[in-house]
Design a protein around this ligand. Structure first.
Ligand SMILES: CC(=O)N[C@H]1[C@@H](OP(=O)(O)OP(=O)(O)OC[C@H]2O[C@@H](n3ccc(=O)[nH]c3=O)[C@H](O)[C@@H]2O)O[C@H](CO)[C@H](O)[C@@H]1O
Ligand SMILES: [Mn+2]
Length: 296
């Protein structure tokens, strides 16, 4: 069977007229590849139909984790409904909702091939702990034989919604999302005592804690390492500036992601769209921190 491609891509055009400026598939205004040769995914740099047809043949299964502890259950409905519209549409998707309020998980109609599982987790009096503990629980989920049910996994913040396609173009071994804020505004953990330490001048991108993924093996190693380092830090009385996000950034500095997703994959609703962002696919919703978090 023939794959829906763009024949211009094949043959000698690779040499003479590489599809960059002006073409559907290429951008000159943004970085499209990292210095370690991982693609950076932007709208206009890939052919969605071609990618889908490749992965359809592989019959892939995608797991997604989302945590809704305490009042954060209010975000679930919108998250799940928009995921139905935009997240790996047409593929096998298994969403794992972690919550302390299973009765508050809304009934959202899911298409064939898609399902939802609720897992109970304890509450906590500190949002920092709720956020950080995700690493341990994702690690355990993968260890609990997730290999029988999924090939790839994405771990997402619940206080967010989909607006545009998030699909096969995002697949890779280890996948990070570039934070929408200027890196200088989001410092890495700078205390050398912390296992999340990133020295001045180090760091490639500042990655989001609110979205990452990859193969089960890679995400298992990431979550296990971040969890262990977070706990070992805690034993010495230190908590990284942005909890597990700091540890994730340290991890991805040492272990380079094989694919990097542009800030299209986690924008913020309160933030005006930057000109290089042609499409917001997923974004954090505006929230009243004081009203929904258990502590300030
Ligand atoms: C967009 C983004 O990259 N956000 C990251 C950022 O802040 P955020 O301000 O986005 O953190 P947040 O309040 O959304 O907490 C992260 C996540 O933890 C869960 N949660 C949190 C509190 C609570 O009471 N109940 C609950 O369920 C929920 O899934 C939430 O989405 O920094 C955090 C670490 O400090 C995390 O790394 C977040 O992923
Ligand atoms: Mn969030």
């Amino acid at each position: 069977s023939q794959l829906p491609g763009d024949s211009m891509w094949f043959g000698l055009t690779l040499v003479s007229s590489a599809p960059t400026s002006g073409s559907k598939r290429g951008r000159t205004d943004v970085v499209m590849v990292t210095p370690w040769l991982a693609p950076v995914v932007w709208e206009g740099t890939f052919n969605p139909n071609l990618l889908d047809s490749i992965y359809k043949l592989k019959n892939i299964r995608i797991a997604a984790t989302v945590f809704a502890v305490g009042k954060y259950t209010i975000f679930l409905k919108n998250f799940l409904e928009t995921a139905e519209q935009h997240f790996f549409v047409g593929f096998q998707v298994h969403v794992y909702v972690f919550t302390d309020r299973p009765l508050d998980v809304p009934q959202v109609k899911m298409s064939a091939g898609r399902q939802l599982t609720v897992r109970s987790v304890p509450n906590s009096q500190r949002w920092q702990e709720i956020s950080a503990r995700r690493m341990e629980l994702i690690q355990k989920l993968i260890e609990d034989n997730l290999h029988s049910y999924a090939d790839y996994i994405f771990c997402l913040d619940v206080d967010s919604q989909f607006h545009g396609r998030w699909g096969t173009e995002s697949l890779g071994g280890l996948v990070g999302v570039i934070h929408p804020d200027d890196r200088s505004r989001f410092p890495y953990e700078r205390r050398p005592e912390s296992r999340a330490y990133v020295a001045p001048g180090e760091g490639d991108f500042y990655y989001c804690g609110g979205a990452f993924g990859g193969t089960l093996e890679e995400v298992h190693l990431l979550t296990k390492t971040c969890h262990t380092n977070f706990i070992d830090d805690a034993k010495e009385g230190i908590e990284a500036a942005w909890q597990e996000e700091s540890h994730l950034n340290r991890y991805m500095w040492i272990n380079k992601p094989s694919k990097v997703l542009s800030p299209e994959y986690l924008w913020q609703d309160f933030k005006p769209r930057n000109p290089e962002v042609h499409l917001v696919r997923f974004s954090g919703v505006i929230k009243n921190y004081a009203a929904i978090r258990p502590n300030v």
